[in-house]
Design a protein around this ligand. Sequence first.
Ligand code: ADP
Ligand code: MG
Length: 549
Amino acid sequence: MTQLTGQPILVLPEGAQRLLGRDAQRSNIAVAKAIANAIRSTLGPKGMDKMLVDDLGDVVITNDGAAILNEMSVEHPAGKMMVEVARTQDEEVGDGTTTAVVIAGELLKNAEDLLEKKIHPSIVIRGYDMAAAKCLEALEEKAEKVEFSDDKLLRQMAFVAMTGKGSGRAGGHFSEIAVKAVKQVADHADGKVSIDSDYIKLEKKQGGDLVDTSLISGVVIDKERVHPGMPKLTKNARIALLDSALEVKSTETDSAIQITSPDQLQAFLAQEENMLKEMVNEVVNSGANVFFCQKGIDDMAQHFLAKAGVVAVRRVKKSDMEKLARATGANVVTNIHDLSKDDLGKAGVVEERKIAGEDMIFVEECKDPKAVTILVRGGTEHVVDEAERALVDAIGVVSSALEDEKYVIGGGCIEVELALDLQDYAKTVGGREQLAISAFANALEVIPRTLAESAGMDSIDTLVELRAKHEKGKRDLGVDVMAAKTAGMSGLHVFEPAKIKKQAITSASEVAEMILRIDDIIASSGSGKAAPEMPPGGMGGMGGMPGMM
Ligand code: ADP
Ligand code: MG
């Protein structure tokens, strides 16, 4: 036996690697900074795109921070935390992902300088925490009210969210669609607006032009009629929804039916036919002329439905059934014998149309539908995909603006304003925390700096000018990236929902603080190779990405 001294003994598995103290922090910060650096150049309307190739050779071209991080297989744990920031931002507000990650990277970079100066991480963390809280307070003060009826402002915000995202000249058209779609599905309760963007269905169909993208007040289903004898067009549709099969159930257990004579077989088949006929009669008698079924529809039943002039669609996705219910006001029925007139939904038109060579069912002209569809069109697959991402951002922005009812001025304005406030605040705090708060303020300025860089401007000169003029009260001066100069952002309509900035600052500071709190990394020997969710090989090499840019 070895002698046990007073030393605690940490037993590590064989081959495990361990980094301690400053080494651990250095390693984590380096990775986080590398991730931030990798997507930094995509910020803003003049941001560059990234081309990502996965191990199957599929190509994604995008400017969207969340999409980029999603496609990169980041293996380092601190890197994963950064990816998480982007994901949270995307889920919570749908935009501002690059902003959040870039600020987080900058917070860590500035923290590193403080650590070099022998300031303890816990002081940096405390300072950052105070700064973040102060920042949110200041944001609340500086933000202005968004009125539900202010379509112009909402469209401007949608437009800003999409600029540089490949929507190009369709930007105006897209912002109009995004605002209409969000307002259409918005729920109002107790003077509050809530939006479930799941009820805005984005249906992509390659072909046509971006400006052919259209908003359908109803649902588009990527299916066709089950029977060519059914009408292609039904006006004044009365719609039945069934989430079980329109079939005679086969026996669950293995049972054999003894048929000894042709008569018996005849009777047996006739009975099955009768049952199906009865089921179809339930649909017809309810008054329905359109029938959506989540499961299968028996061939015989299809024939009866066609004969009765009812349009039927089978194997409709559950999520589409929910949207159909919301859009048409129908109830989804499980037992066909329970179907009644009151369960039916309504639509002005149900029509099967050929879009880019494929049949789709349009359920449209619904009255005040609480679910809508955007049919996204574009020349190539990549264009359609990027257009979809642009629309998702726009929908997120309009939803955030309506729910939170606040907006701020973008183009680096709000960040400069917040940084100035924080510098003032830092002076009142004093002590070593003051340095951390001041570092936090400087980190926010990475946004105007990066915007200036993307426009080919001198980032330091620009920042100095912005600071000086903001201090003199020019509160809407920002970076006009298109003209490569500083300019009033209100005139250029660069507005953004306050919620995007709140969320970005919150999650950036949280992840920075979390990474700073770590002073010990213990990695088991297999962790580099066998992260289960990662495809073998592929882009996994990006785990150690610093050299990537
Ligand atoms: P994120 O993923 O963070 O939303 P974006 O690439 O969408 O990143 O860039 C957003 C930033 O670009 C915001 O700071 C926004 O204010 C700024 N921005 C957008 N449009 C303009 C514009 N026309 N002029 C200046 N800045 C703009
Ligand atoms: Mg954006």
